[in-house]
Write a protein that binds this ligand. Structure first.
Ligand code: XMP
Length: 525
């Protein structure tokens, strides 16, 4: 195990992912975690991440007391990256100062000698690396040597092989550092002696063992399926472990996309053989949403209704089985559980509630279910890999994300007014199918239509019309936190708009949303 201590760099998660790409398990915790959090994981190597702080400020984050003694006594290798290297230098008695020339962006380094971090072939050669620092190490602690320097003269690579301390002033995890992966590979395998044995098949087997040791032979487990990748992969995995003692529920809340219920249920049943109860609660949801225009109120109502349906499902199972289900499966992913060390003022620790997001697995407080979260150490792309080993169809694994509150956040205002939901379903289907036909689906993070509660004047078949306006939105994104709008070719848009206006009654105008996030959000409500 490689443990990453996070000091707030925007690249910390990238370090975690790069190491996993080399088939070594890596976990990330806050750089200011107590020593017990570190020792309980028994890492073979620790990486101190970069961060925006200066080691000179008393408030700057650091590893806990006793850390250096622990790593020495337990032969743990420690690599500091950028701020992490400066922290190591300062704590071991060296000196860090504000650099004469600050180094940002692509820079060159020259490798001075063969060492733990660089091979014989690297010596004397130049490497392009990604730097981002104001401070730099100016005097190294006893026992250290410089093995690479930037062309501006800053210490770029340092080592104390006897005490197993290493430092890189640049970011090897960023692709602009052309030989960065090679350096990380040397560090993991040649220096720390780790093996590349973290494979998805092993993750799967390990999770199945864990679930079987946790869930007793007479225990029952429930799971709410949304039709999304995470809950589907989580349920498929748990089903493989405990069979039909898993009870899944799929709720039709009346806010689903075109033919979504039929499509999703057929995948669950015929491809995945999952035992799923489909509950049609559309009337209940839509009755409660009638006349409600405020986006947050709509979200709260949907959350509350979902919990009511779920509760009823659990109670029904209790009377049928003669005992309460004890466990609930949730498709929580690693980014949701990472405890990070955000830079002051970044807002990462106390983010404002912009929208109250909820997944369908919302848990009533008094249900007292124990959680099974088999994906909680995985990133999204790793979940897709796991899903593929579990034979979840590729088409399903690549689906665009869909929000828990469904089309309610895409019909602006009252969702029950007129034919809004049905109109939106048809427009959305034409747009998304057009994207699939053009081979663009996998290039786009999310694409959907929005129904606007306004009417405009048009002319169709020589007749004046007064019909609805819809908007189309397609974005590219890494994680949904920020997004860019997708640039379609003119011909594609002409075709889609003409199909929409010719086939969907009640729509005579189509707009394209060309706003990034920020300032907009992905969904309109
Ligand atoms: P926003 O609109 O917040 O969306 O920029 C970011 C991403 O989150 C999805 N989204 C949700 N997902 N429950 C969910 O499970 C929700 O309540 C919810 N609201 C938005 C949105 O589709 C986008 O991918």
């Amino acid at each position: 195990l490689v443990l990453i201590l996070d000091y707030g760099s925007q690249y910390t998660h990238l370090i975690t992912r790069r190491i996993r790409q080399l088939s070594v398990l890596s976990l990330c915790i806050s750089g200011t975690s107590p020593l017990s959090a570190i020792t309980s994981l028994s890492p073979k190597a620790i990486i101190l991440s970069g961060g925006p702080h200066s080691v000179h400020l008393p408030s700057s984050p650091s590893f806990p007391d006793g850390f250096l003694r622990y790593v020495q006594e337990n032969n743990v290798h420690v690599l500091g990256i950028c701020y992490g290297m400066q922290l190591l230098v300062q704590k071991l008695g060296g000196e860090v100062a504000e650099g004469e020339k600050q180094e940002y962006g692509k820079m060159e380094i020259e490798v001075a000698k063969e060492s733990a971090l660089y091979g014989a072939d690297d010596v004397g050669g130049h490497q392009t690396v990604w730097m981002s620092h104001g401070d730099e190490a100016v005097r190294l602690p006893d026992g250290f040597e410089v093995v690479a320097k930037s062309t501006q003269g800053a210490f770029a690579g340092i080592e104390d092989r006897t005490r197993r301390f290493y430092g890189l002033q640049y970011h090897p995890e960023v692709t602009h550092s052309t030989k960065g992966m090679e350096t990380l590979r040397r560090f993991l395998f040649d220096v720390c002696g780790l093996s590349a044995d973290w494979k998805m098949q092993d993750v799967l087997e390990e999770e199945i063992r864990t679930i079987n040791s946790m869930v007793g032979p007479n225990d029952h487990v429930i799971c709410a399926l949304s039709g999304g990748v995470d809950s589907t992969v989580a349920a498929t995995l748990v089903h493989k472990a405990i069979g039909d003692r898993l009870h899944c529920v799929f709720v039709d809340n009346g806010l689903l996309r075109y033919k979504e219920r039929e499509r999703v249920m057929s995948t669950f049943e015929s491809d995945l053989h999952l035992p799923v109860t489909c509950i049609d609660a559309s009337e209940q949801f839509l009755t409660n949403l009638k006349g409600v225009k405020d986006p947050e109120t709509k979200r709260k109502i949907i959350g509350r209704e979902f919990i009511a349906v779920f509760d009823e499902f659990a109670q029904g199972l209790e009377s049928k089985l003669g005992k309460r289900p004890e466990y609930l499966v949730q498709g929580t992913l690693y980014p949701d559980v990472i405890e990070s060390c955000p830079p002051p003022g970044s807002g990462r620790s106390h983010s404002h509630t912009i929208k109250s997001h909820h997944n369908v697995g919302g848990l009533p407080k008094d249900m007292k279910l124990k959680l099974i979260e088999p994906l909680k150490l995985l990133f999204k792309d790793e979940v897709r890999k796991l899903g593929s080993i579990l034979n979840v169809p590729e088409s399903f694994l690549k689906r665009h994300p869909f929000p828990g509150p469904g089309l309610a956040v895409r019909v602006l205002g009252d969702v029950t007014e007129g034919n809004a939901l049905e109109t939106l379903r048809q427009v959305d289907e034409i747009f998304v199918q057009g994207i699939k036909d053009a081979g663009l689906y996998d290039k786009i993070w999310q694409a959907f239509a929005v129904f606007l509660p306004v009417q405009s004047v048009g002319v169709q078949g020589d007749q004046r019309t007064h019909s609805h306006v819809v908007a189309l939105r397609a974005i590219t994104s890494e994680d949904g936190m920020t997004a860019d709008w997708y640039y379609f070719e003119h011909k594609f848009l002409v075709n889609v708009v003409s199909k929409i206006c010719n086939n969907v009654r009640g729509v005579n105008r189509v707009c394209l949303d060309i706003t990034s996030k920020p300032p907009a959000t992905v969904e309109w409500e």
